[in-house]
Write a protein that binds this ligand. Structure first.
Ligand code: SF4
Ligand code: SF4
Length: 106
C-alpha cells in the first residue's frame, strides 16, 4: 500500500548560477541562508518559503521547489504518536500563510 506523503516547499539554490554575492543572506529575515565556500546554502529548518530571496537574487539562482517530507512518512510507517505529525502539518500551514502574505506584497 502506498504510504501517505506531504510535499513541503523550500528555497533551492542553483550552485551553477550562484556567485556568492550575499544579497540573499541580507534579505532573508529568518536567517535561513549562509554563504559557505562562496555559495549560498539554505537551512531547510529555518526557511519559511516566503520567496523574498528569489526576488532578491540578481542571478536568478534561487527557486522555490517541493521536497517530500521523509520524517513524516517514516512516522506514519512506524505508527508512532500522531502529535508530531500534527505539529509538522501546523508548520506547513504557517509556511503557506507566509507564502500567501508574501505573494500579496508583490
Ligand atoms: S543572491 Fe543569488 S548569487 Fe548572490 S549569494 Fe544569494 S543565491 Fe548566490
Ligand atoms: S524563501 Fe524566505 S525564508 Fe526561505 S530562504 Fe528565502 S528569504 Fe529565507
Amino acid at each position: 500500500m502506498q504510504q501517505p506523503s506531504v510535499l513541503i516547499w523550500k528555497a533551492f539554490v542553483d550552485e551553477n548560477l550562484c556567485v556568492g554575492c550575499g544579497k540573499c543572506t541580507e534579505a532573508c529575515w529568518t536567517g535561513a541562508i549562509r554563504i559557505i565556500d562562496k555559495k549560498a546554502v539554505v537551512d531547510f529548518n529555518r526557511c519559511v518559503c516566503c520567496a523574498i530571496c528569489v526576488r532578491t537574487c540578481p542571478r536568478g539562482a534561487i527557486r522555490i521547489v517541493p521536497y517530500s517530507f521523509p520524517i513524516l512518512q517514516r512516522e506514519v510507517e512506524r505508527g508512532e504518536d500522531l502529535d508530531e505529525i500534527k505539529m509538522q502539518l501546523r508548520g506547513i500551514g504557517t509556511q503557506l500563510e507566509e507564502m500567501e502574505r508574501s505573494i500579496k506584497e508583490l
